[in-house]
Write a protein that binds this ligand. Structure first.
Ligand SMILES: Cc1cc2nc3c(=O)[nH]c(=O)nc-3n(C[C@H](O)[C@H](O)[C@H](O)COP(=O)(O)OP(=O)(O)OC[C@H]3O[C@@H](n4cnc5c(N)ncnc54)[C@H](O)[C@@H]3O)c2cc1C
Length: 371
């Protein structure tokens, strides 16, 4: 029976990065995934993912985000292709709302370069925006976007070049503990491994059934629009990425026109306080945006579905299996995980090989829901 140091089940955002870090350290890695590389059935597709340091989800993420930027830059060098594109980021809402105040608190805690703008200053700087009076905005000039499909493919390519065996079209069918190690089953037979990393995204609730993790899979729809008057005012340099918390708690977001006029301008709903966030149609999103970006939603170009895998506290699940330490869990990324794929790939490689991660991952402990 073949044996490996680590089997990685799931070769999407996190599994591809983990396989890369493991293989680059010289470990024998087998990667399994039922779908083709860079597919659009999970959570790592749709042209762009936001990368920022001012983190309203919690200041505790910032050390990881800082290392993350170093690793994104390393990926650019190693893969030899552009990846991280700085566009600046605006995080808007009334004073007192979480997205504005949380972004500001983490920027202050960690000395992240930022400016605070009022509604008129936002419009003067970025003419496509017309925030309602009383809106405040944190502007982070170094925020940007990464292309998720290309990042996954780059991690997979580098992992394979470093010796990882990657089997697409071959899911993990099951696993069992074997002493301090693990036996992994596939349709092509079983393999033994020192450790197993489970990075199966929206399929985690099935793969981890029996563990009692409170994971909830919710659809989200990304929409692309052709703005009235053309895309020029929405192109990088004149238009930052943005997240806007409305007074009703609904939070749409978007990014600049990254692919010129043909590509359009992307916008979606991250969180919705008034109805399921995945239920907003393109026309409804266009209307919703009218209060911030009146020209953006003029013509709907296309929509693509994706899925969030949410935990109750919206912090990730990253750590050893509560009962089987040779199995490492990476799931529940709650709609904000992609920017962490390189840095948590590095930490998952540590966990799978008995090394101590350089970061405190206690807030992601799989066992935290047990109580
Ligand atoms: C619309 C949308 C917008 C987002 N925007 C942002 C953003 O701006 N910034 C940000 O940081 N994050 C963002 N996120 C979140 C981020 O994209 C996800 O957290 C991240 O992509 C999750 O990666 P993953 O590896 O967990 O899942 P995936 O990339 O989906 O990978 C899971 C893999 O597991 C495989 N698999 C399933 N079952 C098995 C099995 N039995 N055996 C082996 N393999 C299996 C699947 O085929 C898949 O390839 C967004 C998410 C969505 C949906």
């Amino acid at each position: 029976m073949a044996s490996y140091d680590v089997v990685v089940a799931g070769l999407g955002g996190f599994g591809s990065a983990t396989a890369y870090h493991l293989a680059a350290r010289g470990h024998r890695v087998l990667g399994l995934d039922p779908h083709p590389a860079g597919h659009a059935f999970g959570a790592s597709h749709g042209e762009s993912r936001i990368v920022r340091q001012a983190y309203f989800e919690g200041s505790a993420y910032v050390p990881l985000l800082r290392r993350g930027v170093e690793l994104w830059e390393r990926l650019v060098r190693d893969a030899g292709e552009p990846m991280l594109r700085e566009t600046g980021g605006l995080f808007l809402g009334r004073p007192g709302t979480r997205i504005f105040e949380g972004s500001l608190a983490s920027a202050r805690d960690w000395d992240i370069t930022h400016e605070v703008l009022d509604a008129d200053e936002v419009s003067a700087r970025f003419p496509a925006f017309r925030p309602p009076p009383g809106t405040a905005a944190l502007y982070e000039p170094r925020a940007g976007v990464v292309p998720p499909e290309r990042a996954v493919l780059a991690h997979l390519r580098l992992a394979a070049a470093a010796g990882a065996q990657l089997r697409h079209g071959q899911p993990m069918l099951g696993w069992e503990p074997r002493g301090g190690a693990v036996r992994v089953h596939t349709a092509a037979g079983s393999v033994d491994a020192g450790a197993l990393v489970l990075a199966t995204g929206r399929w985690a609730p099935d793969v981890l059934a029996g563990l009692g993790l409170p994971l909830r899979v919710e659809p989200r729809v990304m929409h692309w629009f052709a703005p009235s008057g053309g895309v020029a005012p929405y192109e990088p340099g004149r238009f930052p990425l943005w997240i806007w918390e409305r007074d009703d708690g609904t939070a749409p977001y978007g990014v600049p026109a990254l692919a010129g006029a043909a590509g359009g301008v992307k916008a979606s709903v991250h969180r919705s306080a008034v109805r399921p966030a995945g239920s907003w149609t393109a026309q409804e999103v266009a209307r919703l945006l009218g209060g911030l970006l009146p020209g953006l939603g003029a013509e709907h170009l296309r929509s693509v579905e994706c899925a969030y895998t949410l935990t109750p506290d919206e912090h990730f699940v990253v750590g050893r299996h509560p009962r089987v330490p040779a199995v490492v869990l990476a799931c529940g990324f709650s709609g904000h995980g992609f920017k962490f794929t390189p840095v948590l790939g590095e930490a998952l490689a540590d966990l799978a090989t008995g090394a101590e991660p350089a970061y405190d991952l206690a807030m992601f402990a799989p066992g935290r829901f047990a109580a």
